[in-house]
Design a protein around this ligand. Structure first.
Ligand code: GYE
Length: 609
């Protein structure tokens, strides 16, 4: 249904209502959002539906059309097609079986924006993914069980894990078992046919032997955890700790169960419903800078923090002007210059008082600068960490001072509780994209790769290497024959190439450079030796800077994987949201493209860096 017809329909409804003397809110419908839910049996889904409807209510011109697939993938596929036939403007889908639903999601994404919730799909044929980090949730549950056992002074304990064989449950379980087994804890896992309170209670009452030798029950949602509590009470068994998942508010929600002592702990698993509507409206209003993935934060809830967790605003007393201290790395690349400019411009646009200072690429210097920002009592501190290690002490100081720390561009190797949010790229995927292109470009032949790595110990260098090797590991003919650090700089990239040529006869088929500048630094040096870059040797790099795209269009570079440096708007929006008391996602992952000789010329225009 076109927007014009919807408006007419809205006016007809309005006229009819006035004739009937009904009071009515102006019903001009701007956007119709189709919502395809996997089922409405699981409590988690009911909470998701409530969140979607409650947030949509805040936007006059937004209407939802919700379908329930009742756990049937074929029905969900036909639900999506039916929603499309209604002429919806955007689809929000929480897939029942993400593999089975991928084709219809991809087809729909060709026509309208699609937001995928809860279960990430292979590939990137969607506008935005919003969901929790299921591996992290498993680790958090495991850590909580270990804490409880330590409090009880129990070693060599056993855990009864009550799962429901769902997609999320499997990844959470794997990380849970890995976490507790490292401390010698044995886990007995059972899959319940239904992830409900009654099913959990009936299962334990029917088979009390499941509880023999058990010190902790870990249930994959709070309803099953509550059922376990009821069963233990009926069996007259005490002394067994219970940990759940989801952490919802309300009657018999995990938060209430922890408050009442019915269960000992839970881990929150946010549904993303509120965020989905907010981003859906931004997408339909064509707001720029929409990320590709929003990974929601999950919290470990115990009796000593359950009350604080439920307090609405995490930041009290929003300052009139937000003071931000930013510890940036000295400019080592064109990418860094574009990132810095983006941050500065966005601070002006958002009217944020930004103090950006630069340091040598040394973690000691950066942490000293962060400590200075703490001493200056900044409202928010932002860091582009030069390397991943060495951050815990100063992050502890910031936490003691009650100052949120946001990571932009690069990640630190610390637990997720040590920082407020990460805004940047999926570096492993960038490495995978380079390798996938190479294997597609040179299929079935021996490939010797020269790798130019970025700053040693930095998260982009570490993760791009991991992603690249993950893909080529399955290809015995493809190997990294030589790897050396070019420190993300053009000059150093050229030096590495110079040294290689001095020490070896040329025997390289492809160059994998962790950034454009290092790749560009090799071109002239190879050309001087009669090696034609882009022809005699395939060149892949990451960033998507203008110089690299010029070289690509000249055929001297073959594949440029984008790593978007224009992080300013997302950062300043996140800071604004944070200071208004909203909880930030754990990770905000940017949307990125891949450029090759086949990329339409239009995609090279109007680039901002
Ligand atoms: O790829 C490189 C810069 O941290 C993602 O650092 C950033 C990397 C980028 O020097 O050009």
């Amino acid at each position: 249904m076109s927007r014009f017809r919807r408006r007419i329909m809205g006016l007809l409804c309005l006229a009819l209502s006035i004739l009937c003397g009904c009071s009515v809110r102006q019903t001009s419908v701007e956007y119709v959002i189709g919502v395809s839910l996997a089922n409405l049996q699981e409590q988690w889904r009911l909470v998701l539906k409530d969140e979607l409807e409650a947030e949509a209510e805040k936007y006059d011109g937004v209407r939802l059309v919700i379908t329930d697939a009742a756990g049937d993938s074929e029905k969900q596929e036909s639900d999506v097609e039916r929603l499309m036939s209604y002429g919806i403007d955007l689809l929000i889908i929480s897939p029942s079986d993400v593999e089975a639903l991928t084709p219809v999601i991809s087809r729909t994404y060709e026509k309208i924006p699609v937001i995928v919730l809860d279960r990430a799909m292979e590939g990137y044929d969607y506008s935005l993914f919003i969901g929790p980090d299921n591996d992290l949730i498993g680790r958090q549950a495991g850590k909580t069980v270990l804490e409880l056992l330590a409090e009880d002074g129990i070693s060599g304990a056993s855990v009864l894990e009550m799962k429901n064989n769902s997609f999320a449950s499997e990844s959470r379980s794997a990380e849970f078992v890995k976490t507790v087994s490292e401390s010698g804890i044995a886990t007995r896992s059972i899959d319940l046919p239904e992830a409900t309170r009654d099913c959990a209670e009936d299962t334990l009452l029917a088979s009390p032997e499941l509880l023999e030798g058990i010190d902790v029950i870990f249930a994959h949602n709070d309803y099953m955890a509550y059922g376990a509590r009821l069963a233990l009470d009926k069996l007259g068994i005490s002394g067994i700790r219970i940990v759940g998942l989801d952490g919802f508010s309300g009657e018999n929600g995990g938060l209430q169960l922890v408050e009442q002592g019915a269960i000992d702990a839970t881990v929150t698993c946010p549904t993303g419903g509120t965020e989905a509507i907010r981003y859906a409206v931004d997408i339909m209003n064509q707001v720029s800078g929409i990320p590709k993935q929003i990974i929601l934060r999950s919290h470990r809830i115990r009796p000593d923090n359950v009350t604080d967790y439920q307090k609405e605003s995490r930041i009290t007393g929003k300052p009139s002007v937000i003071r931000v201290g930013y510890a940036q790395i000295d400019e080592e690349s064109h990418w860094r210059a574009a990132c810095t400019d983006s941050i500065r411009q966005a601070a002006k646009d958002f009217d944020i008082d930004l103090t950006m200072e630069f340091t040598q690429p040394l973690v000691e210097e950066q942490t000293r600068l962060v400590q200075k920002f703490i001493d200056q009592d900044m409202d928010v501190i932002v860091v582009s960490p030069v390397v991943a290690e060495g951050w815990r002490p100063v992050l502890e100081e910031a936490r003691k001072a009650g100052i949120p720390v946001l990571l932009v561009d690069r990640m630190v190797d610390e637990e997720e509780e040590m920082y407020t949010s990460f805004i940047g790229a999926d570096f492993e995927e960038e490495g995978r994209r380079c390798a996938r292109w190479l294997l597609h470009e040179l299929p079935g032949q021996p490939i010797r790769v020269l790798e130019l790595t970025g700053t040693e110990g930095s998260s982009p260098a570490q993760s791009r290497k991991i992603g690249f090797e993950e893909v080529i590991d399955g290809e015995p003919e493809c190997e990294i024959a030589y790897s050396a650090c070019g420190d993300f700089s053009r000059e150093e990239g050229g030096r590495v190439m110079q040294e290689y040529l001095e020490e070896h006869n040329w025997d390289i088929d492809a160059i994998f450079a962790h950034n454009d500048d290092m790749a560009l630094g090799t071109l002239e040096i190879m050309a001087e030796q009669g090696i034609r870059p882009g022809m005699d040797v395939k060149i892949m790099s990451v960033d998507g800077t203008s110089d690299a795209l010029v070289a690509l269009q000249a055929g001297k570079v073959n594949c440029v994987v984008e790593c978007n440096p224009l992080l300013g708007p997302q950062l300043m929006k996140a800071i604004t949201d944070l200071m208004q008391g909203k909880e930030l996602p754990l990770r905000i992952i940017t949307d990125e493209s891949v450029f090759t000789k086949d990329t339409p010329r239009s995609q090279f225009q109007n680039r901002k860096y």
